[in-house]
Design a binder for this molecule. Structure first.
Ligand SMILES: [Fe+2]
Length: 219
């Protein structure tokens, strides 16, 4: 399985969306901003697109989902919780649940409910790769102060990922603050301070501190 990362942007927003592909078939994760860039790659490589996975409902992760769903006649997956909480709508939208496999042969996809940044935030595990949206970055974790965010849930999410996943799992986040995506979880356990806390209060104090630099300072 190959993972292709598209760096896309609009104004100050910079996102990483992904195409996983294997045997001429592919699945998109969080397509946004640049339809032409992503779609021309799919066409140039003769890939059949099977579906779109959405980690959460924020527009910088979803704004091309409807267009890909219509143009490729494919399903779009998002957690039931996220759909209900934010009233998300999209062509061919399919609700998913924590740990309920999505089978898009040749891909077997495990959705993990990872709230904290949003109410129904979801990471997708495909083979050895975890697509984390705004839940986990290589350098940190997503903000928890927007509507539906919850710092306690984020702490629990990080503990869950730390203790559930193999250290060899490759982490593919929706944004970068400088690091290249696809680092192993073991790298985050050593370098990402939010993976070092075993104390909820200390985790909360750091993530919710006042006077943080611009949260959209993406590279
Ligand atoms: Fe977000």
């Amino acid at each position: 399985m190959e993972v292709t990362c598209f760096k896309v942007s609009k104004l100050f927003m910079k996102n990483q969306c992904y195409l996983v592909h294997k045997n001429g078939q592919g699945v998109l994760i969080d397509p946004a901003w640049d339809y032409k860039l992503i779609n021309s790659f799919i066409i140039r490589n003769g890939l059949e697109l099977l579906g779109v996975l959405l980690t959460h409902s924020h527009p910088d992760h979803t704004n091309l989902a409807d267009r890909f769903a219509r143009n490729h006649d494919i399903p779009v997956y998002m957690s039931q919780i996220e759909i209900d909480f934010y009233n998300f709508r999209c062509h061919h939208l399919q609700a998913i649940q924590h740990l309920n496999f999505i089978s898009l042969s040749p891909f077997s996809i495990i959705p993990l409910h990872t709230p904290g940044h949003t109410a129904g935030g979801t990471c997708y595990l495909i083979e050895n790769s975890l697509f984390t949206g705004d839940t986990v970055f290589i350098e940190g974790v997503g903000i928890c102060s927007e509507y539906g965010g919850d710092i306690d849930e984020m702490y629990d999410t990080i503990q869950y990922l730390k203790t559930t996943l193999s250290d060899k799992t490759l982490i593919w986040p929706g944004h970068s603050f400088g690091q290249i995506p696809g680092k192993e979880l073991s790298f985050l356990k050593g370098q990402n301070i939010y993976f070092q806390f075993d104390n909820r209060e200390h985790f909360t104090k750091l993530r919710m501190r006042k006077g943080q630099s611009n949260p959209f300072n993406f590279k």
